[in-house]
Design a binder for this molecule. Sequence first.
Ligand code: ATP
Ligand code: MG
Length: 301
Amino acid sequence: MDDEFAIETRDLTRTFGTCKAVDGINLCVPHGAIYGFVGPNGAGKTTTIRLLLGLLRPDSGGIFLSGQPLNQNRRELMRGIGALVETPSLYPHLTGQENLDLTRRVLGLPRSRVTDALAFTGLTADADRLVRVYSLGMRQRLGLAQAWLGKPALMLLDEPANGLDPGGIRELRSQLRQLAHDQNATIFLSSHVLSEIDQVADWIGIINHGRLFFQGRIQDLQREQGPLRLVVDKSLDAAAALTANGWQVLQQSDDFISVQVASDADVGKVNRCLQEQEIQVYRLERKEETLEDLFLRHMTN
Ligand SMILES: Nc1ncnc2c1ncn2[C@@H]1O[C@H](COP(=O)(O)OP(=O)(O)OP(=O)(O)O)[C@@H](O)[C@H]1O
Ligand SMILES: [Mg+2]
């Protein structure tokens, strides 16, 4: 197994009764990446993260962290991982600082790590308040501080922006960038909101109904463009000619057609095909899709 990846899964599958929560997922998360794992509610994000942490057993498939199989080295591998899954597990009757101190002792870390983690997550002023009176966003920050305490090489964060206000989300982004950059940490974070992720992630995986629809660099997702729109004199003939030549015509009206193309080279081929049929092309345009459009297209495909 290749250890160029911080996380690699092979055909990872987990069902609950008849529900395929995770369905044959092959994740490849390079070392040092900020990997955004995006999908709507119920897509399988939390289940995947729980599998990666060994909190759930897969029905089938393999999980490799830095090339090592999780099922053989879980204890050792978990020492290098900081995680935040759904709502953080905190003691409400203890203060923020006391909560962190418990984790610190379990991990055998110096006291200064607690001070650093509180400062890093903007909680210093609230460190001595009981977690019971913390707001949702403050609990989320404390969960993040807990995950970060041991300066792990890999952080798995399930919806870390949950409950944060816009300023908090902006801060979270810059903290994650700083972690990835300064500590060369790999960060795997999930969200159901693409716009929360696309500003910070350099890799992205899109999951829906337990299946991974897209995985790659964020620029590659952006590079996938929308259909080609052509304004022509004989749209019916144009559609027939293109269909006969293997193109997928998506729309056709009196004066325009739209065609699915894969690349700019295809645009030229479509144009030539129409010229050969003596069809006049008056206009030829290809709309750039926003990430949100792409996301929705992958979701509805
Ligand atoms: N313990 C469980 N028992 C039964 N079904 C479960 C269990 N955990 C998850 N599921 C089902 O698995 C599917 C995926 O759930 P999961 O929690 O992984 O989604 P998610 O992507 O994290 O969604 P959200 O954005 O709402 O957090 C859902 O259909 C859910 O109902
Ligand atoms: Mg979830």
